[in-house]
Design a protein around this ligand. Structure first.
Ligand code: NAG
Length: 225
């Protein structure tokens, strides 16, 4: 009997651990919505933004037009991301989702970057994209796929990823994000284009190259995509 009691305890502990590891859900808003306002008269602060009195909310707070218009891809990387997050639609505040349109010139690249606060789910509307992400240390495994019109691909939260137009025509994709404000860290910009620059002692050791290579990279014009 004593033995069975111990076994029961062990099984219970394992189940409790398993359920806590398996637990996952979308964030829960604390009210129907929370339209962001910049200058509240009576400050009520929820989750990083002030909320407008819900009675004063209008359709415009939840609306944006113009996502049918392509971004200008005539830059060094040949891509342009048009963001649709809480900065563009104040009604997204606290709701945990956002969107982006990504345009690519022929052979255009959305360079390696991460979203610190969101998983991304992308679908191709036009063209062909070679996409990929890299898993965290120690494996650093590269997972890639060639996507055509109608294909969907997921980039897990925080992981470095990229999208490259391998076709000789323009490409267009739409991405959804699991955050009202996913954030973007473009690796090249952050590491070699920071203001002020990271010391070349640090970068030459980190990348195991001579300082003149670091200085060359730091001298490039980094496109803020
Ligand atoms: C993206 O396109 C918009 C609209 O054409 C433009 O204002 C912006 O400068 C472009 N961004 C880049 C990084 O080229």
């Amino acid at each position: 009997m004593k033995n069975m009691g111990a076994q029961f305890l062990i099984v219970t502990v394992i189940l409790a651990l398993a359920s806590s590891f398996a637990f996952a859900s979308d964030p829960s808003p604390l009210q129907d919505f929370c339209v962001a306002v910049d200058e509240p008269e009576a400050a009520v602060f929820v989750n990083g933004k002030f909320c407008k009195d819900p009675k004063l909310a209008t359709a415009e707070d939840f609306f944006l037009k113009g996502l049918d218009v392509a971004g200008d891809t005539s830059n060094k990387v040949g891509s342009n991301v048009t963001q649709v997050n809480v900065a563009q639609i104040a009604g997204l505040n606290t709701l945990g989702v956002s969107l982006a349109r990504i345009d690519f010139a022929p052979y255009g690249l959305n360079p390696p970057h991460t979203h610190p606060r969101a998983t991304e789910i992308l679908t191709v509307l036009e063209g062909t994209l070679y996409v990929g992400f890299v898993t965290s240390n120690p494996e650093n495994r590269l997972i890639t796929k060639v996507l055509n019109k109608g294909d969907v691909f997921v980039f897990p939260i925080g992981l470095i990823h990229f999208q490259f137009n391998t076709g000789h025509t323009n490409a267009v994709a739409i991405s959804g994000f699991s955050s009202q404000n996913p954030g973007v860290i473009t690796i090249a910009n952050s590491v070699f284009g920071s203001k002020p620059p990271i010391s070349d002692d640090v970068l030459s050791k980190a990348f195991q190259v001579e300082k003149n290579v670091v200085d060359y990279l730091q001298a490039q014009f980094w496109v803020n995509n």
